[in-house]
Structures are given as structure tokens and as C-alpha cells.
Design a protein around this ligand. Structure first.
Ligand code: SF4
Length: 241
């Protein structure tokens, strides 16, 4: 049996997939180095985090048959792994729906997953306007691949959302407008409030978030381009159409 680097499991969450109760699987390894990342131990290979055997994960999920709707696969960046389709096939064989979180850097993998109808919901992080990607990801990124992933997801026929964590200094109003224009025609744009804490770059751990009112104001502007939701502020989950 294939070994998958599953380094975390949340048994039941109602926050990761709107309207669904899901278990969340965290896969290790990421090709980006976003300084505000809240999962630093999943980004770089971390031997201190024990791998959870997939066979144990499947047993755990089988025991919850009928209680949970599906599984959210997150990371790290799940699409870096060539075995991802095989893992999802095994999860679907348990009658579970699958949501995928991705940074959009591997459009070819998205095509493969969509071609086999392996995912039911895709959530793609869009880090900032395309020209600011290197500033945010701190590694060279093909923005052509990011643009391609956006187009693939928009035209997939699969439910989806695009998310942007609105980081002071890295994402400003003009960036959000530029992102919204790229996403036009997509189902939803989620502006996520930044929360300080344990971050990949400790300097970001104490960064003051933008005021919630400012996110709400910006969401009103982007909602002229596509439906926009603010998440993580006091006025949570308010869709603006
Ligand atoms: S925020 Fe996401 S894409 Fe960025 S480093 Fe963390 S896991 Fe990778």
C-alpha cells in the first residue's frame, strides 16, 4: 500500500466546507513559503510530526460512516503529490465526498482530478495580485500556472471558491480588485481576515490585521465583479451579491 504523508486529522469540522460536516486531512509539504502561514510544521518536512498511517485514517472514517459527509484534503499543498488521485479514489470508495484545498500551482493535477470527477468542491487560495506573488510566496512562482488553475476551476462545473487572506502590506484594495477581475465568472470570492499567531515568519505573528470594516468595504467593491464573502471577521460569512 502507498504511504501518504498525512500529518494531521481533525475528526469533524463544520468550518472547512460550507454546509458539510467533514473530517480534515493535513498533508505535509508545500512549494510556497507564505510568511503568514499558520501551518509552519506542514510546510517544511518536519520529522517531529508523526505520520498517520492511511489504513488508520480509513478505519477512523469507516467508523464515522453516516455521521460525516466527506473529507477536506488540505496541507501544505496536496497537489504536489503524484499519488493524490489514488488516495482520493480510496476515500471515495468509502462513499465520502471530497473537498480539495490548493494554492493553484499545479494546474495539471487539477485537470487530472477533474477529468476523473474525483473532487466535489475546490477551494483555491489566491495570494495577491499576480505581480505581487513573489512578495507573498517568497519563492519563484509561475503566474501562468496560477492563471491557468483559476480558469480550469471556473470552467470545471464543480462547486468552488477562491480565497485570499488579506494580509496588511501584501494585499491592498487595488490587489483585491485585480484578483476579482481575474476571478470574474467564478462562484465566490472569500476575503479571509488575517489572524496573528504561530506563523512561518515569526514577524507576521504579531501583525495587526486590517479593521473588519475595511474588509467589509472592500468586499462591497469586489462584489460588483463576483459574489464576495468576508470570513473570519466579527460579521462572519456574509455574502454580498
Ligand atoms: S499558506 Fe498555504 S501555500 Fe502558503 S506556505 Fe502555507 S500551506 Fe503553503
Amino acid at each position: 500500500m502507498e504511504r501518504y504523508p498525512i500529518k494531521g486529522l481533525i475528526s469533524a469540522s463544520m468550518l472547512d466546507w460550507p454546509g458539510r460536516l467533514v473530517s480534515v486531512l493535513f498533508l505535509s509539504g508545500c512549494n510556497f513559503r507564505c510568511p503568514y502561514c499558520h501551518n509552519p510544521s506542514l510546510v517544511k518536512p518536519d520529522r517531529s510530526l508523526e505520520e498517520i498511517p492511511f489504513i488508520a485514517v480509513k478505519e477512523f472514517l469507516k467508523e464515522r460512516d453516516g455521521w460525516i459527509d466527506g473529507v477536506c484534503i488540505t496541507g501544505g499543498e496536496p497537489t504536489l503529490n503524484k499519488w493524490l488521485p489514488g488516495m482520493i479514489r480510496e476515500l471515495r470508495a468509502l462513499n465520502l465526498e471530497v473537498k480539495l484545498d490548493t494554492n493553484g500551482s499545479r494546474p495539471q493535477m487539477l485537470l487530472e482530478l477533474l477529468g476523473e470527477k474525483l473532487v466535489d468542491f475546490i477551494s483555491m487560495d489566491v495570494k495577491s495580485s499576480l505581480e505581487r506573488y513573489p512578495e507573498v510566496t517568497r519563492v519563484p512562482v509561475s503566474t501562468d500556472d496560477i492563471r491557468r488553475s483559476i480558469e480550469i476551476i471556473k470552467s470545471s462545473g464543480v462547486n468552488h471558491e477562491f480565497r485570499c487572506t488579506v494580509i496588511p502590506g501584501l494585499v491592498e484594495e487595488k490587489d483585491l480588485i485585480s484578483i476579482a477581475e481575474l476571478l470574474q465568472g467564478g462562484e465566490a470570492f472569500v476575503l479571509q481576515q488575517f489572524r496573528p499567531g504561530d506563523t512561518l515568519d515569526p514577524a507576521f505573528g504579531e501583525l495587526e490585521p486590517y479593521p473588519d470594516d475595511l474588509l467589509n468595504l472592500w468586499s462591497e467593491k469586489t462584489s460588483n465583479i463576483l459574489p464576495t464573502l468576508v470570513r473570519g471577521s466579527i460579521n462572519v460569512n456574509v455574502y454580498r451579491l
